[in-house]
Write a protein that binds this ligand. Structure first.
Ligand code: BGC
Length: 426
């Protein structure tokens, strides 16, 4: 630890003790993440405050770009340069890959103290534990197959929230005719590909989704259900491209998901389809949910729970020892903190023993649906949001889906062929 860092810690310890906190050991830790929207920053401030109370101060390195692709590239580059942050936001199977190169602290002592084996859901344990034990700390469970609906516009159009894709397309068509943006979307590949996941589920159900986008099974990728999902996806792209021209908003072509959420909240767009970080964003802007903006399962995905999960990994370095990792992870595993963080983030907790009665009704619904889904084999990991396949395959598939969406000359046969060849080289 450098002299100046030490001085900084000592000053902070003094300040905390003056403020009445019992600071024992104070440390500064660096956190790499991609939480940059207003709602995400609000959740991050819950984390900052909690760590200050735990005698730790965080310096954050945020990398723009929801979904985490850019943050993961930065993390890899930093690891290669031997300059890792103390801890980093991470998702899914890449936790196991990072552990395989021997760069992660295990946090088994924390898992034991917080009874993770008993209170975490089995799917959470699977993702965060390797043969070395717990090598990541889980924090949020996000639901991705949510349709966010602007009730004011829905009423104006005299419509009900759509339960099927034909109804969804009709509603979008009607909105377009009235000069209303039908669906607010972020236009980066991961967000576009996320829309496709809901169409795959609608086309063949959750088992079909799993064989195609989790197992990458060739026979199911080359199937009528897949062709149907792609055709629906093309229809969606046509509806959106045309509608953008008609509402004259060319600036939307580089739109981020939170800009899209602002359009939904400002009564400019009828729908947004996507993860419940959208809820975190709406709550941060004091939008009433579910009265102003309602949450409904994405069409034809009732009872299905498409999820991703944010975890943290703790990275070995001279200035961040195993003891440091345990001290930090212990603070982050705190049940009160995990409750508060999820409440603000829009997600549901990874622990099964947290009372959600003070959460937003959409989170309470999400919690019920999650429990139903895990009991009935209806919970599915999001491929496009890093929960199912390795990052190389994920980015390659996302970009094929994105290309199909953007370029109407790409045929269904072509995209199917390309996804199969990615599956074969996986
Ligand atoms: C993360 C969320 C985040 C979202 C948008 C997802 O990959 O799991 O925590 O809010 O990206 O940035």
């Amino acid at each position: 630890m450098t002299q100046s860092l030490h001085r900084h810690r000592t000053k902070l310890a003094l300040l905390l003790s003056l403020l009445g906190f019992n600071a024992v050991a104070v440390g500064e830790v660096e956190f790499l993440h991609w939480w940059t929207s207003n709602g995400e920053r609000k959740a991050l401030s819950v984390l900052d405050e909690h760590l200050i109370h735990s005698s730790l101060s965080v310096s954050t390195s945020s990398v723009l770009g929801g979904g985490g692709d850019s943050a993961m590239t930065v993390l890899q580059a930093r690891a290669l340069a031997g300059n890792t942050p103390s801890f980093a936001q991470i998702e899914g199977p890449s936790i196991k890959s990072w552990d395989a190169i021997g760069i992660l602290h295990n946090i088994n002592a924390v898992a034991k103290q917080h009874q993770w084996d008993d209170v975490l859901y089995p799917l959470t344990i699977d993702i965060n534990r390797t043969q070395n034990g717990y090598v990541a700390l889980p924090l949020t469970l996000h639901r991705l197959n949510w349709l966010w609906v602007n009730h004011q516009l829905l009423n104006k159009l005299g419509l009900e929230a759509p339960k099927t894709w034909p109804d969804m397309f009709d509603a979008m068509q009607k909105a377009r005719q009235e000069g209303i943006m039908p669906l607010a979307i972020g236009k980066q590949p991961w967000q576009i590909a996320q829309l496709f996941e809901s169409l795959v589920i609608a086309s063949g159900g959750v088992d079909f989704y799993n064989t195609v986008l989790v197992d990458l099974n060739k026979n199911n990728i080359d199937s009528d259900q897949m062709r149907h999902a792609l055709k629906q996806f093309r229809r969606l792209s046509e509806l959106l491209e045309v509608s953008e021209e008609s509402v004259n908003s060319t600036e939307l072509s580089n739109q981020k998901w939170d800009t899209a959420t602002a359009a939904l909240a400002n009564n400019e767009a009828l729908f947004q389809l996507g993860g419940d970080w959208i809820l975190g964003e709406l709550l941060a802007e004091n939008i009433s949910v579910p009265s102003h903006i309602g949450c409904y399962p994405a069409p034809q995905s009732h009872n299905i729970f498409l999820y991703n999960m944010d975890s943290f990994i703790f990275m070995k370095s001279k200035s961040f020892t195993q003891d440091d990792a345990i001290q930090l992870a212990n603070a982050l595993a705190d049940k009160e903190f995990q409750t508060r963080f999820n409440q603000v983030k829009g997600s549901i907790p990874v622990r099964s023993d947290i009372d959600l009665s003070s959460f937003n009704p959409c989170q309470i619904q999400s919690y019920k649906d999650f429990n139903y889904a895990i009991e009935h084999g209806l919970a599915a990991p999001s491929m496009t949001d890093s929960m199912a396949v390795n990052p190389m395959a994920q980015q390659a598939i996302n970009s094929e889906i994105f290309r199909y969406y953007r370029d109407s000359s790409v045929t269904e046969g072509e995209v199917i062929k390309r996804i199969i060849s990615i599956a074969e080289s996986n």
